[in-house]
Structures are given as structure tokens and as C-alpha cells.
Design a protein around this ligand. Structure first.
Ligand SMILES: [Fe+2]
Length: 366
């Protein structure tokens, strides 16, 4: 068995109305809040609840709602400057993985205004400001993940910052997911499942992380009909929120495996959103395994009779996604990926260029 330790200091609340029910906790973290979010069409119930709580407790705040999907260093620097100028001393991230990851990095720069912003990629000792996460999607697990992934234009990559940053509180209210568009729902749900799958098979897994993933698989089985039909009850949304939470906690132990690493080429070159890029690859990823017993166990727990049924399900729920990519481009992505040997470190079987190309082509040239 792998030796392991776990550290999950975020106090997580799950349930309808949990933001307002725990309003008193907001005032514990500071005097002036910096609310970090993005713009969405229609009513933004999570933002309304947070604004009500802050008003009710007389907590001054400012809002930054121009966070892009994959926040870059330049955004983090701009937003941190705004927060410092306003005298904010804690952060509230409201949104998907973008705002939550941005808030983690902004907190580091606000708390260490003297550093070079790129030090956050190398200096693990940096500490951030206290923060609260209010997720409004169910995919990333960023509300409990200890990392924050930031886009770097200087190296043309996405990179995790070095210090561990856990929110102090995370409030998971599935009502905030009810108006999520179907395409985003499917992509984020499969991203969350991918976190559980890739963590479960990882060479770094342990009994604790595998237990989290197995619970995620069993909850996923309760959501497959809804994902097919595109009709979601509050209960289904709650399951999705918890799968994301469990995947985040499991990923803290293990990181991810091949599909996540392979997805970056699709996001970078084809501008496919992260969740979708990973989701597209998960079915064919399981097909390359020689350990059929392991794969059968995973897909059975997820409610499928075999890996073919699982891969067909992925293809069915993502059938509307049209990706304009050629075989030659996929060969290029596979070659570049296969050259980075560290990318295979946590995949439990021998694999290389051929397996990577097979996953890409069978997933994307349908
Ligand atoms: Fe992911």
C-alpha cells in the first residue's frame, strides 16, 4: 500500500440554503470582502445570496466579475491590485473553477504584494488571504482542491501555483446549479467523474482516495438518466455537487492521469473548455487498459455493464460537440504529449505514443 497523509482543512457545508444559514461565518474572516466572480446571463442566485449575507452583517465589499474561464497571470495581477487598493482583507469566490482558482492566486498576491507575480509558481511558502468558495458548477472540485491552475502566456501553458491554498469555507448549494445549461452540465459532470476515475486508477492512490472515488462512482450511477435526458432534479444536482467535491478531495491525494494531461492540447489549440476536453477522452481512456478487471469494476460502480456501454454513453451525451481536428493534428498532439515522460508517471500500465494516439483518434474522429 502507498503510504499517505491527508490534509483537508476546508470546512464544507452541503445543502439548500447553506450560504444564508451560515451567514455569521462570513464576518469571521475579515472586515472588507473582495467578491470574485464572472458574469452569467439571467439571475445569479449565488451572488444575490452572498450580497444579502454581506449586507445583513454590514460587511463592506467590492466585486470583480470579469474573470475569464481560464484565468491568466495578467488577470490575477490586475485583480490583486484592485483588491489591495480597495483595502479588502478576505475573498469570496462565486462561480466555477475560473473564479475560485483566480481568487486563490489573487489572495497570494494581495498577501505578498512585494513579490514578482511569477514567484507564485515556485515559492511554496507563500500564504494567501482567507477565502470562501461558493461553487456554481459541479465539476472542478476547486472548492477543496489545494491548487489553483493559472494560464501563462510566457510559456504557453497552464500551470498550478506552488503554495497550497484551501478555502476556509465552501458552501455547496445545489440550487445554484438548477439553471446551468445542459452542455455545461454534461461537461462538468463528466469532468468530475474523470477526476474520480483518473484518481482511482492512479499509482498514487490509497484506501482513502479510492473510497472517495468509489462513492463518486456510485453517485454518478444515480445521475446517468438525467444526463441522457437533460432533466435534472435538485437531488440529481446535489449528487453532481458531491461527486465534484469527492473528486477534488481525491485529486488532492493523487492528481489526475492521462485524459487531463491530454486535454490541455485541445483547450490550448482548439479552445475546447476544460471539462469538455477531458470528458471527450474518458471513455476511450478506459478502453486502453489491459487490466480489464479494474475497468469493469469502475464502470459497474458507475452503473454500466461494461466499458463499451460506458464509452457509448459518453459519445451519446457529447454527440452534439463538433470538433474540427485532423488526424495529422492529433498525431502532433500525441507526439508532443508522449515526449513528456512525467505525464505517464501515474498511469498504472506501460503506455506511450500509440496509446495516446488511440485515445485521441477514437474519441475525436468519430
Ligand atoms: Fe478537470
Amino acid at each position: 500500500m502507498n503510504s499517505f497523509s491527508f490534509f483537508m482543512p476546508t470546512r464544507v457545508f452541503v445543502g439548500s440554503g447553506c450560504v444564508k444559514e451560515n451567514a455569521a461565518l462570513f464576518g469571521e474572516l475579515g472586515k472588507k470582502a473582495f467578491v470574485i466572480s464572472y458574469k452569467i446571463p439571467g439571475r445569479f442566485y449565488a451572488m444575490e445570496d452572498v450580497a444579502d449575507v454581506l449586507a445583513q452583517h454590514g460587511i463592506d465589499h467590492i466585486v470583480e466579475d470579469e474573470i475569464e474561464e481560464n484565468p491568466c497571470v495578467e488577470t490575477i495581477v490586475r485583480v490583486a491590485k484592485k483588491g489591495l487598493e480597495a483595502g479588502c482583507d478576505f475573498l469570496i469566490a462565486v462561480g466555477g473553477g475560473g473564479p475560485i482558482d483566480a481568487a486563490k492566486a489573487v489572495g497570494i498576491l494581495m498577501n505578498n504584494p512585494e513579490i514578482d507575480p511569477y514567484d507564485m509558481f515556485t515559492n511554496e511558502k507563500l500564504k494567501g488571504l482567507p477565502m470562501i468558495a461558493v461553487p456554481t458548477t459541479a465539476g472542478t472540485g476547486a472548492e477543496v482542491a489545494h491548487w489553483s491552475v493559472i494560464t501563462r502566456f510566457d510559456t504557453q501553458t497552464k500551470q498550478a501555483i506552488k503554495p497550497w491554498v484551501h478555502p476556509v469555507y465552501a458552501f455547496l448549494d445545489a440550487n445554484y446549479l438548477m439553471s446551468m445549461p445542459l452542455r455545461l452540465t454534461r461537461a462538468t459532470a463528466l469532468d468530475a467523474l474523470g477526476h474520480c476515475i483518473e484518481s482511482y486508477v492512479s499509482t498514487a492512490s490509497n484506501p482513502y482516495s479510492r473510497g472517495l472515488c468509489e462513492t463518486g462512482f456510485r453517485l454518478f450511477a444515480k445521475t446517468t438518466d438525467a444526463l441522457r435526458k437533460g432533466e435534472f432534479t435538485l437531488e440529481t444536482r446535489e449528487y453532481q455537487m458531491v461527486i465534484s467535491l469527492l473528486g477534488g478531495m481525491a485529486n488532492n491525494q493523487t492528481g489526475t492521469c492521462l485524459p487531463h494531461g491530454m486535454s490541455y492540447a485541445l483547450t490550448h489549440n482548439k479552445h475546447i473548455p476544460h471539462g469538455l476536453a477531458c470528458a471527450l477522452l474518458e471513455g476511450e481512456y478506459l478502453r486502453i487498459f489491459k487490466n480489464k478487471e479494474l475497468v469493469t469494476h469502475i464502470v459497474n460502480e458507475c452503473g454500466f455493464k461494461d466499458v463499451d456501454e460506458f464509452a457509448d454513453f459518453i459519445a451519446e451525451v457529447l454527440k452534439d460537440i463538433k470538433l474540427d481536428v485532423t488526424y495529422e493534428e492529433l498525431e502532433g498532439y500525441a507526439r508532443e504529449f508522449a515526449e513528456q515522460k512525467h505525464r505517464f508517471a501515474r498511469h498504472p500500465e506501460p503506455a506511450g505514443y500509440d496509446e495516446v494516439l488511440q485515445i485521441y483518434t477514437r474519441s475525436l474522429l468519430r
